[in-house]
Design a binder for this molecule. Structure first.
Ligand code: CAA
Length: 376
């Protein structure tokens, strides 16, 4: 991994004000019981602030976003049509600047976004145009992989880079939550949790083999990637397209499922590269922060010392869960931490990148910290 870039929309929402904002904007201020519940969830979320593309004005301009009897998919896609490629391009521009080579040297582009679900060509074409990539760039568009989308896209980028000599793969994940935003529904408490959890953002990375000396400064060596599926869990997290946008369902059993299964998944991933799973505190951890309870479950199941998930907790606190884009923020935070603490000690450290998605799919990658990239 040769460079990392991130971006967010301008609109910042503080978590301690969110329940009041949400019930006012959705015109459900009279549902005091649900508002109090949301306040309790916000307090326990481990989130301080998030960035959201949608605003009060935007929601009031589109009553169909709050009325489940009216179709709103087109409205939602229309709202995100420009925002998604622009946010993606902003993150990619930072990654390209950090990389140090011209955008025209990018050979492959992978874009992951639920916001391109309804049409082709998708956001990948717009991103390529905004960045001035070559017409020969080989594009791949991914959709609806939820929170594992970033790890999954990086896994594909690793394969492309290793199987095409000289390839430079730009990976971009971008999600804008207005596709899922809706008013409170007493029959869907998981949606209330989702409204408090998700934020908008884009993350990008450039992946390639054989770094060009003096120009490219590798950050992580992507050593080995794997995916595991937890049998019988296909209904635990679901993303479904409907006339009302993307319906997001998540069961409250997820943290428990993680506690029960994650250790074995990691044993299977670490063993082939010769890493022992009895010293997991000897590794660094770049875990996608699905939610505070998910990070707690990783800590408990893996016996991690407090502080091992500090980068993930900080990203959760400052941005919320931005689906697949989040992992790039965690990797970037990790890179900064490696630089600011003892670089000599941290360089050469082994670690794991981890993310969960619908399936339940567990995406894992063994990383080797080889440097901290160029100065910010
Ligand atoms: N559905 C409905 N209600 C839920 C819920 C869920 N999934 N999870 C928690 N709640 C409710 C509880 O019932 C409780 O309600 P009351 O206050 O009325 O009792 C309330 O939320 C607070 O719960 P707790 O008191 O038990 O507090 P907590 O310590 O569990 O914190 C939380 C609440 C912050 C939501 C925490 O449970 C959490 O972080 N959950 C994980 C969220 C999650 O699943 N994230 C993953 C998203 S999916 C993903 O990452 C993959 C993808 O592809 C998108």
């Amino acid at each position: 991994m040769l460079a990392i870039g991130t971006s967010n929309p301008m609109n910042c929402v503080r978590q301690n004000e969110y329940a009041d904002w949400y019930f006012r904007v959705t015109k459900r201020d009279h549902l005091g019981k649900w508002k109090d519940k949301m306040k309790r969830i916000c307090e326990k979320s481990g989130i301080r602030k998030r960035y959201l593309h949608h605003t009060e004005k935007m929601i009031h301009g589109h009553p169909e976003l709050l009325d489940p009897t009216l179709p709103s998919l087109r409205t939602r896609l229309g709202i995100t049509e420009d925002a998604v490629p622009e946010l993606a391009a902003a993150a990619a521009t930072k990654a390209i600047a950090q990389w140090g080579r011209p955008a025209g040297d990018i050979t492959h582009l992978i874009v992951n976004s639920a916001n391109s679900v309804a049409g082709s060509p998708g956001a990948d074409l717009r991103v390529a145009a905004l960045l001035g990539l070559q017409p020969s760039v080989q594009r791949t568009m991914l959709c609806l992989h939820g929170c594992s989308g970033g790890c999954l896209a990086l896994r594909l980028a690793k394969d492309l880079a290793e199987n095409n000599i000289g390839a430079r793969v730009l990976v971009v994940c971008v999600e804008v939550f207005v596709l899922c935003f809706r008013g409170p529904d007493a029959t869907r408490l998981d949606e209330l949790v989702a409204m408090t959890l998700f934020g908008d953002g884009a993350g990008a990375a450039i992946v390639g083999t054989g770094p060009v000396n003096a120009v490219e400064r590798p950050i992580f060596h992507m050593v080995s990637a794997s995916q595991a599926t937890l049998p019988g869990t296909e209904n635990v997290v679901e993303l479904k397209i409907s006339e009302n946008g993307v319906d997001f369902e998540m069961s409250s059993v997820l943290p428990k499922l993680v506690r029960e299964n994650i250790k074995q998944c990691l044993v299977n991933t670490l063993a082939p590269v010769g890493l022992a799973s009895d010293d997991l505190n000897g590794l660094f951890w770049a875990a996608h922060p699905g939610g505070r309870a998910i990070l707690d479950s990783y800590e408990t199941a893996l016996g991690l010392e407090p502080g091992k998930l500090a980068a993930s907790r900080r990203v959760l606190s400052e941005y919320g869960n931005m689906f697949g884009a989040t992992i790039f923020f965690v990797l970037d935070e990790m890179r900064r931490r490696h630089r600011s603490c003892n670089e000599e000690r941290e360089k050469g450290e082994w670690g794991v990148m981890l993310g969960l998605g619908p399936g339940i799919s567990v995406e894992m990658m063994v990383l080797h910290a080889v440097g901290t990239g160029v100065e910010d």
